[in-house]
Structures are given as C-alpha cells and as structure tokens.
Ligand binder design. Structure first.
Ligand code: NAD
Length: 329
C-alpha cells in the first residue's frame, strides 16, 4: 500500500484525488472514485445553484460511504456565481473536504477552516502556494503547465515546479497535471508529493458522465492535441484542440488582439456542456490536459485506481532493486 500524508489525512487507500471538472464532477463519477479508493470531488459550479449542489451531495452520500469533497473555483465567469451560497450549502450538508482554486480565495478558505474543514488549494506557482499556506490550507495541489483548465501564466512544468515545492513548502502537496498512470504517480511521489490530482484521466472512465464519443476521442488523441486559449486575456486555459479552440486562438492573434466579448459566444461553458451531452467534440470548448497522450483505454474507476496503485508500487520496487544491484557492483 502507498501510505502518504494525503492518504492518512483524508482516510483514503490510493493517494489520488479526482480534481474538480466543470460538467464532469457529478455524483456517479465522484462516488466511483471514492469507492475505488481515491478521493472524488463534486464540482460546485456544475450545479445551477446552491440548492442543486445540496441535492448532488445527498445523491453522492447515497452512492458512497467513503470520503468525498467539493470543488469551488474562483475564476472569471460569464454569470457571477453565488460562491458563498455554494460553500454554505456544502457545509450544511456535512462536507468537510474542499478543493479551492482560482483568484483571491482568502475569504472562502477562512470560512472553511473556521468550520473545521480540510482544504486542498490549487496553485500554479510557489508564491501562490506560500500565500495559501499562510491562509491555513492543509494541502496544496501544485498545478504544472501540463494540466487541463487554467495553468496560470508562468508556464513552469511539473518536474521543476514539484521539485521547487519540495525545497520550499512545509505542508503536504499533491501533483496536478500530467499524471495518468502508475508511473506518473511514482514519479510525483519521488518529487516529494503526497499524491496526485487527476482530471483528464478520470474523464476517460466508464463512470464519467460524458458521451462515449468524447471518451473515444481522448483515447484516439496524442499529447499534441491540446491548446491554450485566453493567453492574451491573462486567463489562460488548456483545452482540447478542435474547430472552436482553433478559431478562438486565431481571433486572439488578430492585429490589435481580442476582447473577451469577441470570443464569448464561442467559449461559453453552456456551449462546452453540449460537447459532453451530444458527443460532438467540435461543438464547443472542453478542458483537456497533455495527459490525453497517455490515455489508451476506458476502465472503471476501481480498475484504474487499483492498476495505478500496483504500477506505482512496481516502479518504486524496481528503483529499490536498482539501488541494491548498484550496491553489489
Ligand atoms: P463561463 O461560461 O462563465 O466562461 C467560459 C470560459 O470563459 C471560462 O474558462 C471562464 O474562465 C472564461 N471567462 C469568462 N468570463 C471571462 C472574462 N471576462 N475574461 C476572461 N475569461 C473569461 O464558464 P463555465 O464553463 O460556466 O465555468 C464556470 C467557472 O468555472 C469558470 O470560471 C471556469 O473557468 C471555471 N472552471 C472550473 C473548473 C473546475 O474544475 N471547477 C474547470 C473548468 C472551468
């Protein structure tokens, strides 16, 4: 078994967290991840309002008796969400593990800590990680350049960012971005992480509540099939490379640049949601990490987590053997 500060803190078997994913972090997936030994996370903003989140939490409780969490992401949105309402509803429903992400999370983190919760905060730089630690978070989720969604604006890959975390941080951290198998899990443990956060890999599982075509599209993709949009708007997002994201990048590159209004209709989350419902990968924007290149099948969450656990153990055992062999020389 891979026992780390993360597995001990959260009471889980496998040191893997399913990070918040807009339109994907719904009860069936969350429960399947938690039942498989990881930590499932419901995405608050996928629910239309706090009351709907309350119902989603109740549904998840019916599907699993294992721990699960709720993600609240604070980034620019077309319609401003009632963040406090979502947070209050989750606390009232007994949730005690939260993943926070995005800008100016101080108020939210303080509220969760005042209510005795465990907070995992996503950061894309060491500077932001240190600020989150000062706010009292329990775990930092260190988001490298490989990740899906919002990687920040500094473009530091996970290999260096995690090694920097090992030098600078005094609380447990997990690796986000680029991990999709046991080898990746072993690698980030070697870099001092207490576990891994995965999003894209969990999109490609039996229980992920998205159209089968999209799962098959991910399996057929390689590591060159993602692209950054919103670079020029300082809200960079890594998404799947398709007709719409290619058009958005072209608009951003026009002389004089683009305003959000110029791409708003193309990028709206409501349109991206249709991709997952209809199975048309070109209909709108959908988040995907570079790890699409590593994903070759569509297992259940339980199969995936058990396989990753075994692969990571085998890799670690293999490294120990290398040391023993070297010692004999
Ligand atoms: P949305 O329809 O409000 O916006 C679509 C995209 O445009 C998002 O990436 C958003 O950040 C961006 N955007 C909106 N207004 C902008 C502005 N004025 N300037 C620059 N960029 C702008 O988004 P949605 O799909 O309804 O999602 C709601 C929120 O959740 C967004 O902030 C989104 O980024 C975030 N999100 C969360 C997760 C998660 O894991 N929880 C994943 C992806 C996105």
């Amino acid at each position: 078994m891979l026992v780390t500060p993360l597995t001990k803190l959260l009471g889980i078997r496998v040191p893997v967290v399913q990070g918040g994913m807009q339109w994907v972090g719904l009860p069936p997936l969350v429960a399947a991840v938690s039942n498989g030994g990881g930590l499932g996370i419901l995405t608050a903003l996928t629910q239309p309002n706090p009351e709907a989140l309350r119902q989603a939490i109740r549904e998840t409780h019916k599907l699993t008796s294992k721990p699960f969490g709720v993600n609240i992401t604070l980034l620019p949105t077309i319609n401003p969400p009632d963040y406090e309402g979502y947070a209050r509803a989750a606390i009232e429903e007994g949730v005690r593990i939260f993943e926070t992400a995005g800008n100016s999370p101080g108020k939210l983190i303080r509220y969760f800590k005042q209510n005795g919760c465990i907070v995992i905060h996503k950061c894309t730089t060491i500077r932001h990680a240190k600020s989150a630690i000062r706010l009292g978070v329990d775990v930092v989720s260190v988001d490298g350049f490989e990740c899906a969604g919002h990687p920040g604006e500094e473009d530091i890959g996970g290999l260096v960012l995690l090694a920097r975390a090992a030098q600078e941080l005094n609380i447990p951290y997990i690796a986000s971005g680029g991990v999709a198998d046991g080898r990746g899990l072993a690698a980030v443990l070697a870099l001092g992480a207490a576990g891994a956060n995965m999003g894209t890999r969990f999109m490609c599982t039996v229980e992920a509540p998205i159209h089968q075509n999209i799962k098959e599209k991910i399996v057929a993709s390689n590591e060159q099939d993602t692209v950054h949009i919103f670079r020029t708007l300082h809200n960079t997002a890594r998404v799947f490379k398709n007709k719409v994201s290619t058009e958005v990048v072209a608009i951003e590159r026009k002389p004089g640049g683009a305003k959000f209004e110029d791409v708003r209709e193309l990028v709206s989350g409501a349109r991206g949601k249709q991709v997952y419902e209809t199975g048309d990968p070109d209909y709108g924007i959908w988040s995907a990490g570079v790890s699409v290149g590593l994903i070759k099948d569509i297992p259940t969450c339980e199969e995936l987590l058990a396989r990753m656990e075994k692969e990571a153990e085998d890799v670690i055992d293999g490294l120990v053997k290398v040391r023993v062999e070297k010692a004999k020389l």
